[in-house]
Ligand binder design. Structure first.
Ligand SMILES: [Fe+2]
Length: 566
């Protein structure tokens, strides 16, 4: 069966193609349209479809539109109720529902040749659940699934269990109670963009003390039926509102820390309830926007009752394209194959990459090993734009569209945040050779999708200061030779030169822009940011060969630059 999954309703529009139960292509529209998150999550944009991503998925797999068995749309307008009845302050919500009802016609217009009768609506949280429970590597066992979201049709959460590829839903919490919307409200109150910048609030929380925990325990609490209550919170009484781009102070960090801690406590309660209700499932799979909270995920893994916690790498709404397609494929009789990696997006052949370099008239070389070449530049404290293979599905760069740097230089964080033009309180994360993980870090293993924070062992903190956060943690990606041989080679070569099996990895983009997707975008970033080496597939373009300044070696004095925090 060939099933195209579509997420379009709120934000992060995306498409995924599942053939015979296996995902063969998945991509977010933002990587094509170059508009971060694809669109704003307002009712007026609900008709917009991931047209470019959907067309690419079909072309990538060589599947004609009329050969599709179904199109799975990750929202079911038939479940919707009046927004006022759900106590949602959204007077235009009905418009979203109207657009969703017409999605088959919109899709037929976007994909000429599509029979609108092939479009199936999948409940939003069933789509999230499938993206976790059917894509997780333990799909053969009973898998408890927790969807932690802002909102779907009428709910914000789903607790269930997958047995033999089928979902049994055990509880779902109705709106307006929503842990995702709670976090979005706080994000807005702190002057950030909601449905986008929640991870900045999580980062800010690590600088604060949870002074308001007592009050929040009254306002946010799990119920004994597997759900929860979130009462209205007077944010201004806890910390004054911040204008966009305004100054953040200790009181804001304390508020972020309080909400973050309470969120973790409630998630633990929910996970324990689900463990009992599922009959003691050993694996918990997570999806939904809240599941991108890697601090909470780590706490669930450490203190929850499960042997293993797995998080869908595209846990936000983009992942519902994949989940909806897997769900419908299951309905049509296909058994889902667990996903092998997040590298499901666009890729280019060596010939295509070389043609781009020729077109740009750049001096380039083809070293014997691009991994060794990049490791050499990194060991000299250079910054590397690392563009390899197919693009990642989901918000994390995992060694395919990455910016890499030396973890041993305390100044790396400032340099990387300057390259990207983003806030200085934002931490940067390490990738580590899987074989050396346990010696350096403590926490969830394996962690190939960078969705948990880990503790850096004390004697390593001074050796890798760039990736050790103020609270002694790091958000680790473990790199395994079997799945990521080229990145593993780079790490091994870097270790040979420096003794450190760790490299700084952050996404290949500049602030406010989607991740680089095409080789041309990689060249544009290289041309506009102080990156020392562009590793474009097997090809190397050195800044030095363009007549630019060389990076300062580790320990060498470098001119002071303004720190610039916000
Ligand atoms: Fe969602």
């Amino acid at each position: 069966m060939r099933v195209l999954g579509i997420n379009a309703i709120f934000h992060d529009p995306a498409a995924a193609l599942v053939v015979n139960g296996q995902v063969v292509a998945a991509a977010e529209e933002e990587r094509f349209s170059r508009r971060k998150h694809g669109k704003r999550p307002v009712p007026f944009s609900a008709w917009e479809l991931p047209e470019l991503a959907a067309a690419w998925c079909l072309a990538e797999a060589g599947v004609d539109v009329d050969a599709l068995d179904a199109v799975a749309y990750s929202f079911d307008p038939g479940l919707c109720r009046d927004a006022a009845a759900l106590d949602l302050a959204d007077p235009w919500d009905w418009l979203r529902v109207e657009y969703a009802q017409r999605a088959p016609q919109f899709l037929a217009a976007a994909l000429p040749g599509l029979d609108p009768g092939k479009v199936r609506f999948v409940p939003h949280h069933v789509a999230h659940a499938a993206s976790a429970g059917l894509a997780a590597p333990t799909a053969g066992d009973d898998t408890a699934v927790l969807v932690l979201d802002g909102r779907g049709e009428v709910a914000s959460h789903l607790a269930g269990v997958y047995r033999d590829g089928r979902l049994s839903s055990l509880h779902s919490q109705e709106l307006p109670h929503s842990l995702g919307l709670l976090y979005e409200d706080l994000t807005r109150h702190l002057g950030f963009q909601h449905s986008s910048d929640e991870y900045k609030v999580m980062a800010l929380a690590s600088y604060g003390e949870p002074r308001h925990l007592g009050a929040l325990r009254e306002l946010i609490r799990a119920t004994d039926d597997g759900g929860f209550r979130v009462e209205r919170i007077d944010w201004a009484s806890l910390a004054k509102a911040v204008a966009a781009g305004g100054e953040l102070t200790e009181e804001h960090a304390d508020l972020a820390a309080s909400v973050q801690t309470r969120l973790e406590e409630v998630l633990l309660d929910l996970s324990r309830w689900l463990h009992d209700a599922s009959g003691g499932a050993r694996t918990l799979a997570l999806a939904g926007g809240v599941a991108l909270n890697c601090v909470a995920n780590a706490r669930l893994a450490a203190e929850g009752p499960y042997q293993r916690v797995w998080v869908q790498p595209a846990a936000g709404d983009a992942g519902t394209a994949l989940g909806a397609a897997l769900h419908v494929a299951g309905e049509l009789g296909d058994r889902a194959t667990p996903m092998a990696g997040a590298d499901l997006g666009r890729g280019w052949s060596d010939e295509e990459l070389e043609a781009e370099l020729r077109r740009a008239a750049l001096p380039y070389s083809r070293p014997d090993s691009i991994a060794a070449e990049a490791a050499r530049v990194l060991a000299d404290n250079g910054i590397v734009a690392w563009y390899q293979g197919r693009a990642e599905y989901g918000p994390r760069a995992l060694g395919h569209r990455s910016l890499l740097a030396h973890p041993g230089d305390p100044d790396t964080t400032r340099r990387m945040n300057d390259v990207k033009g983003r806030e200085q309180f934002r931490p940067i994360a390490p990738m580590v050779r899987a074989e050396r993980f346990a010696e350096i870090f403590d926490g969830v293993y394996p962690s190939p999708y960078m969705l948990f924070v880990h503790r850096v062992r004390p004697h390593w903190r001074d050796r890798i200061p760039a990736v050790t956060h103020v609270d002694g943690t790091a958000r680790v990606q473990t790199v395994h030779t079997e799945t990521e041989p080229l990145v593993a080679e780079l790490l091994a070569e870097f270790e040979r030169r420096t003794g450190l099996p760790v490299v700084v990895n952050t996404s290949l983009n500049t602030a406010g822009r989607p991740m680089v997707d095409t080789p041309r975008e990689a060249l544009e970033l290289f041309g506009s940011a102080p990156v020392d080496l562009l590793a474009l597939g097997p090809f190397a373009v050195h800044r030095g060969s363009l007549g630019g300044a060389r990076p300062a070696a580790l320990g060498e004095a470098r001119p002071a630059t303004p720190g610039g925090t916000r």
